[in-house]
Design a protein around this ligand. Structure first.
Ligand code: GDP
Ligand code: MG
Length: 437
């Protein structure tokens, strides 16, 4: 997967203090390949890597993070920007907002129509009317009516008619009459791009003059999604795209390509078959998803904000020499307290998240940890390996905790030391990431 490939790519950066022309070129080649595999189209991938190369070269690598992590951050920012930077929602204008839904068969139009109606009702306090514009299959009308029933949204259908243009008009008229402020018109798709379908949807558009035309596309169709988007955009000039079926392990590269090829915002993503499985599209989250690095990016961000570079450098040295001791641990806790919720932060470090979950670390938990460390002698703090059973008993008593807690902290400390040692070595870091889910 992409994550593996990025890891391999990052290996090239091993041991470099700054990102240079040479090490970045090789990495970018790998990344371009990886992006192509994640359904990003060639032009987009090329433009992207060229851009990232420009931005990455010369960046100082913070001692607390690896070049790979920094590069991930640069890429993440760039991807986010490419996908529009910010979220983009429905534009409500006037007393009635008309939304036309377009796309191929099976893309998820009908499901999305229901989800959107539900979203606008529950999150935006709107009164939507759904219009069943797929006249070719009676089952399509049934499907929309069932969904409407589930979410408590009225559905306009006309089973006598085979004229989607007339039905769309009737739906809009009914909405006005009933005092709905949103009309969502579901339409018929085809298995593939087809002239009759395009003409029909153009006619529906001309008849109702929608405020929004949302193009729905199945993210799992990869490159095809981009081609389809282009054709629909040329014909309809849609206002936004909806990517469905992102609940699978699709990487979401289609999001980047669609945005860059048709230059229209992606407004929503579908993440399941249920009516609640709809999310507003967040470019930053999708960027992380495409990169497959998840929270590493946030970790880098916070590290950049908070870590004192010199202090981090010293710490790094200690970690590398395996001299990280309880004094450092204690001062790390103070650092972390400054940074906010420890669980959040630690959860972002690969391998540490799971460990922390077991321990249930709240801010309160620091009290005991601090008490335990304070009950250690200077010698014990500097030589964690020397803390034997009788010392543990003494520490437990002295700190007003118990032996289980002391054992747990020492175990935790040892685990952490291992993880940190690995993280200080880019090759091991890459290795660790490969083992991440
Ligand atoms: P339409 O032909 O474009 O109207 O597509 P439908 O709305 O009928 O959806 C086709 C199939 O895809 C149905 O089985 C839906 O339940 C399913 N589907 C739609 N959106 C999603 C999604 O976001 N995730 C998943 N897993 N399935 C979806
Ligand atoms: Mg349908």
């Amino acid at each position: 997967n992409l994550s593996d490939k990025l890891d391999r790519a990052f290996k090239v950066l091993k041991g470099q203090g700054t990102i240079t022309e040479i090490n970045v070129a090789e990495t970018m080649k790998e990344i371009r390949k990886a992006l192509l595999d994640a359904d990003v189209n060639y032009k987009t991938a090329k433009a992207f890597t060229d851009d990232v190369r420009q931005k990455a070269i010369g960046q100082n690598v913070l001692t607390s993070i690896s070049p790979g992590q920094l590069l991930t951050k640069v890429m993440n920012d760039e991807l986010t920007e490419l996908m529009g930077g910010t979220t983009s929602e429905i534009n409500f204008t006037g007393p009635l907002t008309i939304i036309l839904i377009a796309g191929l068969n099976g893309a998820g139009k009908t499901t999305f129509s229901g989800k959107l109606a539900n979203f606008l009702k529950t999150q935006k306090n709107k009164k939507p009317l759904l219009v069943a514009g797929d006249v070719y299959r009676p089952a399509a009308i049934d499907q929309l009516e069932v969904l409407g029933g589930q979410i408590g949204i009225p559905v306009y259908a006309n089973r006598e008619s085979t004229d989607p243009i007339a039905i769309a008009r009737e739906g809009v008229a009914l909405a006005k009459q009933q005092g709905n402020n949103v009309v969502i018109i579901d339409t018929a798709g085809r298995l593939a791009i087809d002239e009759a379908m395009m003409v029909e949807i153009e006619q529906v558009k001309a008849a109702v003059n929608p405020n929004e035309i949302l193009f729905v596309v199945d993210a799992m169709t990869g490159q095809d999604a981009v081609n389809t988007a282009k054709v629909f955009n040329d014909r309809l000039d849609f206002t936004g795209a909806v990517l469905t079926k992102l609940d699978g392990d699709t990487r979401g590269g289609a999001a980047l390509s669609i945005k860059s090829v048709v230059n229209k915002p992606i407004k929503f993503i579908g993440t399941g078959e249920k009516m609640e499985a709809l999310d507003v599209f967040h470019p930053d989250r999708m960027a992380s998803r495409i990169l497959g690095m998840g929270d590493v990016v946030s970790l880098v961000e916070r590290a950049q904000q908070q870590f004192d570079e010199k202090e981090a450098a010293e710490l790094q040295k200690k970690i590398r020499k395996n001299k990280f001791d309880f004094n450092d641990f204690y001062s790390q806790i103070q650092q972390i307290k400054k940074m906010g919720n420890m669980k959040d932060l630690m959860g972002m470090i690969p391998g540490v998240g799971k460990m922390m979950k077991d321990v249930e670390v709240g801010d309160d938990a620091f009290k005991n940890i601090e008490a335990i460390i304070q009950s250690m002698t200077p010698h014990e703090k500097e030589n964690p390996d020397a803390i034997n059973q009788s010392r543990r008993n003494r520490i437990a008593k002295g700190s007003g905790t118990n032996i289980t807690e002391v054992n747990r902290l020492i175990k935790q400390f040892e685990d952490m030391r291992k993880v940190m040692k690995q993280m200080s070595n880019p090759a091991a870091m890459a290795n660790m990431m490969r083992r991440m889910p």
